[in-house]
Design a protein around this ligand. Structure first.
Ligand code: P6P
Length: 338
């Protein structure tokens, strides 16, 4: 009896191309190159405990955060490979203060924003970490791109997704129609379709937030969390708390099981006045996935993440993302309507 023929991620991308009659294959080729970078990073992450890549690199990034060696490695893997893929005009990375040019003569019609290894503070304790990416169509005319090709609303992304390096390595992404998950078979080196058309449960019983910052939150945010902890069997409360401290891992759990993740603005913490997460390569790509899987993503002012006009490469935004029912209730508390 032959094993069922697994659909590889490359096959899925090429098959999906037929959905877009005007597709030229450039986006497919871009994504397939990004997948090679993801497999390379996965190999590095999975042997992190064995080779000398754990610990700090001695450098700090634009966010003022200590750069872990694996951060550096992942950043360079993506930069070097994607600069020559022939389909990008410019890139931006959490690890780089300024835009990243592509190789001369290899300019293309898309731009790429990425967080090469999100959750990297968890690397040394073997907690799931991830790569997050966002692809836009360029708006400048030709040659090397610039910030304008990156500072575009999330609703206009042509593709977005993440790779999570956990108990298995999974790639989850969308090119606009549905959200699909692929699991890496390390013995073959291929990602196979394992989670077709992922739908985020409309309602959940899990909240995901760092309660160590409760004192910094607005009164409305605090009231919402208190509401989730009250007992009410009709609405499935109290909810359970689940917080890994690795955005990709927290988001992935909520995407599959349902849940609401919050990183609100710190009203009294001048170091993080609008929260910690970055719009271009964290909030926006995950909001793109959440909405296409039936979820929602807003700021604590009730703004739709995907409708925010970015003003800076490393702009931070408060983020409330997850199951549509739960984000709706949070929205009412945040607006003072509850
Ligand atoms: P805190 C990891 O550093 C990260 O950027 C996200 O992956 C994660 O959601 C967040 O920070 C955790 O931040 O302040 O709770 O440690």
């Amino acid at each position: 009896m032959n094993r069922p023929l697994g659909i590889t991620v490359s096959r899925h991308i090429l098959d999906s191309q037929h959905i877009h009659p005007k597709a030229t294959g450039d986006l497919s080729s871009l994504l397939i190159e990004l997948i090679v970078a993801a497999k390379t990073i996965s190999a590095e992450v999975n042997k992190a405990g064995l080779s000398d890549v754990l610990g700090m690199s001695g450098k700090t990034n634009i966010q003022g955060e200590d750069v872990q060696k694996l951060d550096d490695i992942a950043n360079n893997i993506i930069k070097r490979r994607m600069a020559r893929c022939g389909h990008l005009c410019v890139m931006t990375s959490e690890e780089e203060a300024d835009v990243i040019p592509v190789a001369e003569g290899h300019e293309g019609k898309y731009s790429l924003a990425f967080d090469p290894l999100d959750g990297s503070s968890n690397i040394d304790v073997n907690v799931s970490i991830g790569t997050i990416f966002s692809v836009h169509r360029r708006i400048t005319s030709g040659g090397q791109g610039d910030e304008n090709d990156l500072l575009i609303k999330g609703s206009e992304q042509v593709a977005a997704g993440y790779i999570i390096y956990g108990s298995s390595t999974m790639m989850v992404f969308s090119t606009g129609e549905g959200v699909h998950g692929f699991t890496l078979d390390p013995s073959v080196g291929e990602f196979y379709l394992s989670h077709p058309d992922i739908r985020m449960p409309k309602k959940s019983r899990y909240f995901s937030v760092n309660e160590g910052y409760t004192r910094y939150w607005s009164e409305n945010v605090r009231r919402y969390l208190d509401y989730l902890k009250e007992e009410d069997k009709a609405t499935g409360r109290p909810y359970s708390g689940r917080y890994i401290g690795s955005l990709v891992a927290d988001f992935h759990r909520n995407l599959i099981n349902g849940g609401i993740f919050l990183y609100p603005r710190d009203t009294k913490n001048p170091a993080k006045p609008v929260g910690k997460l970055r719009l271009l390569y964290e909030a926006s790509p995950l909001a793109f996935l959440a909405e296409r899987a039936g979820g929602r993503a807003i700021t604590d002012d009730g703004l739709n993440i995907l409708e925010i006009q970015p003003e800076g490469l490393h702009q931070r935004v408060p983020l409330i993302i997850g199951s549509s029912y739960d984000v709706g209730i949070a929205e009412e508390f945040l607006a003072g309507e509850r």
